[in-house]
Design a protein around this ligand. Structure first.
Ligand code: PGA
Length: 262
């Protein structure tokens, strides 16, 4: 089984990560995305998701109900409930209408000291609650300069992925820390190297399921570079930060997705 021949059934996903941006007025952008999807402006072979701040999840889920726009969250606690002031469980996110949750984003790892074992517990909580886990990994600039990229990726994969993940409920997002919000991106060859490495690791861990798991690229994806990045082998979509705040940019990125003829 070659790491460079992903199963044709891998549907690309374009997921927007709004981070800590967005008051209720920002929902108009999500509405525009929903309407474009409903109008058939984006291939039916592409999945589109927005992960708004927690305060907007229920409102966005209500607005997107019955449409092709999926709603995700940006983080969860690993326990289903308890005395953890300010935290939100995966079950609560599911109850609010989310179908997925990002875990282990580098900003969470940096701002909140989240270690791989915490990320793994959160990914497993997501699965327990019936959510898809979008598990983020990626090296820093210093680690890349030191030639440690694949070592870091290997360690994060082993440490962060849920034990019982399947292609339906587990997604990996490769986000080089130095590419997030900087306008810098790795070359297509660099992305290809890391994504092929991740594919091999997923096949090792999950067998056939690993062959079909989606591996997203994230870090300064925008309309002008999306086609090039999304055409890289084993890139099954993108996790988009800044550009996802504008409906037209997110839609342009979704349009840039190469879709396998069914
Ligand atoms: P960016 O963020 O697209 O603004 O670089 C990506 C991310 O952090 O998910």
């Amino acid at each position: 089984m070659s790491a460079n021949s992903p199963a044709p059934s891998v549907r690309p996903l374009i997921a927007g990560n709004w981070k800590m941006h967005g008051l209720r007025a920002q929902l108009a952008e999500a509405q525009t995305v929903r309407d474009a999807l409903t109008a058939g402006e984006i291939s039916h072979g592409v999945d589109v998701m927005i992960c708004p701040p927690a305060t907007l999840i229920a409102l966005m889920a209500e607005m997107a109900k019955g449409s092709r726009l999926a709603v995700g969250a940006q983080d969860c606690h690993w326990l289903p409930q308890g005395a953890h002031t300010g935290d939100i469980s995966a079950e609560m996110l599911h109850d609010a209408g989310a179908t997925a949750v990002i875990v282990g984003h580098s900003e969470r790892r940096a701002d909140h000291g989240e270690l791989d074992r915490i990320v793994k517990a959160k990914a497993e909580a997501a699965l327990r609650a019936g959510l898809t886990a979008i598990v983020c990994i990626g090296e820093t600039a210093g680690q890349r300069r030191a030639g440690l990229t694949l070592d870091i990726i290997a360690r994060q994969l082993v440490g962060s992925l849920p034990e019982a993940g399947t292609a339906a409920d587990t997604i990996v997002a490769y986000e080089p820390v130095w590419a997030i919000g900087t306008g810098l991106t790795p070359t297509p060859a660099e992305v290809a190297e890391v994504h092929a490495f991740i594919r091999r690791a997923l096949i090792d861990q999950y067998g056939t399921q690993g062959r079909e798991m989606r591996i997203l690229y994230g870090g300064s994806v925008k309309p002008s570079n999306a086609a090039e990045l999304l055409a890289v082998p084993n890139v099954n979509g993108a996790l988009v930060g800044g550009a996802s705040l504008k409906a037209q940019d997110l839609l342009a990125i979704a349009r840039a997705c190469k879709v396998d003829a069914a």
